[in-house]
Design a protein around this ligand. Structure first.
Ligand code: CA
Length: 220
């Protein structure tokens, strides 16, 4: 049974999803405002959050930012009425794991919930070795990355990508592999480039080499 927190203000959608998802073995608790949603998310016990962007008291983006600022790595799928690339990038920048443009198909939502909730489980179970590459040290248990003695603040996705690249330093990680490992193969191709840009902004432009048409290599 997956425990899902739905933050959404449309009563009909709440009713449909709560009933429908239960038949898919997903237990839904719901909040109608960003404020309640954030409080419930931080109380723990959920495997995934599905978050509407248009909420009565604040934007879903704000809820997401506060959730991540509070240190939660609860997987989040955002629901957006607009399928614009801008909204998607904005959501991903603030730590969303996935997004669904409204209107969406019920089956697709179920598939994504299962995928994201599972991805989070696997991440928790991955290798706990500390990885040291050049001037950087990544601790998967503490979930910290320290370079030249300074801790680098990373979002959960950035951390996963850094962990993948640093697990095989000097080796080219193929684009398809990175997309599969970090996003479960469910993200658009260019999301990877966006995240490589974020990591370079943190680690310096030369830390990660682009191997054109193939993938990326961590050189530290
Ligand atoms: Ca809404």
């Amino acid at each position: 049974m997956i425990r899902m927190l739905l933050v959404e203000d449309e009563d009909r959608l709440i009713a449909t999803l709560t009933k429908g998802l239960r038949t898919a073995d997903i237990d839904v608790a719901s909040a109608r405002t960003g404020r309640d949603g954030l409080r419930m998310a931080l109380e723990d016990g959920f495997d995934i959050m599905v978050l509407d962007i248009g909420l009565p008291d604040q934007e879903g983006f704000t809820v997401l930012r506060k959730l991540r600022a509070a240190g939660s790595d609860l997987p989040v799928i955002i629901l957006t009425a607009r399928s614009s690339a801008e909204d998607t990038v904005r959501g991903l920048e603030r730590g969303a794991d996935d997004y669904m443009p409204k209107p969406f198909s019920f089956d697709e939502l179920v598939a994504r919930i299962r995928l994201r909730a599972r991805v989070a489980d696997e991440v928790a179970a991955t290798d706990s070795r500390t990885l040291t590459v050049g001037r950087c040290e990544l601790d998967p248990v503490e979930r910290t990355l320290v370079c030249d003695g300074v801790e680098i603040p990373l979002s959960p996705r950035e951390f996963q990508l850094a962990q993948l690249l640093m697990s095989r330093p000097g080796e080219v990680i193929a684009r398809a592999e990175a997309l599969e490992e970090v996003w479960g193969g469910a993200a658009k191709d260019n999301v990877l480039d966006v995240y490589i840009r974020y990591l370079r902004a943190h680690l310096g432009p030369d830390a990660i080499e682009t191997v054109r048409g193939v993938g990326y290599r961590f050189v530290g």
